[in-house]
Design a binder for this molecule. Sequence first.
Ligand SMILES: Nc1ncnc2c1ncn2[C@@H]1O[C@H](COP(=O)(O)OP(=O)(O)OP(=O)(O)O)[C@@H](O)[C@H]1O
Ligand SMILES: [Mg+2]
Length: 226
Amino acid sequence: MLVIGCASQKGGVAKSSLARLLAREYADRGHRVLLADLDVLQATSLEWARRRSASGQHPEVPVERFDSVKQALKRARQADIDCLVLDARGFADAQTLDVAQAADALLIPSGLAVDDLLPTVRLAHELIQAGVPRARIGITLCCAGDLENEIAEAVRYVGDAGYHCLGLAWPERAGYRRAHDEGRAATEARHPSLRAKARAFADHAVTFIEQRGRQKKEEKRAGSQG
Ligand SMILES: Nc1ncnc2c1ncn2[C@@H]1O[C@H](COP(=O)(O)OP(=O)(O)OP(=O)(O)O)[C@@H](O)[C@H]1O
Ligand SMILES: [Mg+2]
């Protein structure tokens, strides 16, 4: 089972939006997907799934709410899920480490300002100190403006801190909010140009995740041989 984590230090940085985008992407590729909403109070992804199924949007993206990562993993194994997406709570807390430890790829969405990037990098440092492998972490620039310089600076900031930053930022657009409101993922936004931008971003994210998945298999193989 591939486990993808979406977590962050700050709230409202597009964790749930990213988790939905990826869950929808893997479902569309024929995987048995479960999106685990770990934010029992807000449960925004669960509500999004209700709107999605009410509008008959395909592919179906099963979403369930869990109190803990352990419960989500148990359920996913029982249900023979092959791609589990963990949508972490609003702010970083003890559960964030559980998400990071369970995930083969941990995506941390961040804004582009130092006020956003600094807490993001600090969270990554904390996770590494707690034993999470650095290579598992991918920082994704979300709700980005259109200034290429600003994006390049943010990518450099993350790289200088020793982390991998996805080279393509997910731009902020009202059309993506509308898509979420309608139970769609960003790649299903109404406007073709928004869909194309979200598609390019999703492809970047999936490439990172797939690389991580391959590394995990190689590590396992090496472990069983040694
Ligand atoms: N690229 C984007 N452009 C415009 N709006 C966006 C974009 N990505 C996310 N949003 C909107 O930003 C808001 C916050 O996103 P989301 O709920 O995914 O963040 P979150 O990190 O999960 O928040 P929380 O910390 O509360 O769990 C939502 O209204 C969402 O629709
Ligand atoms: Mg959320």
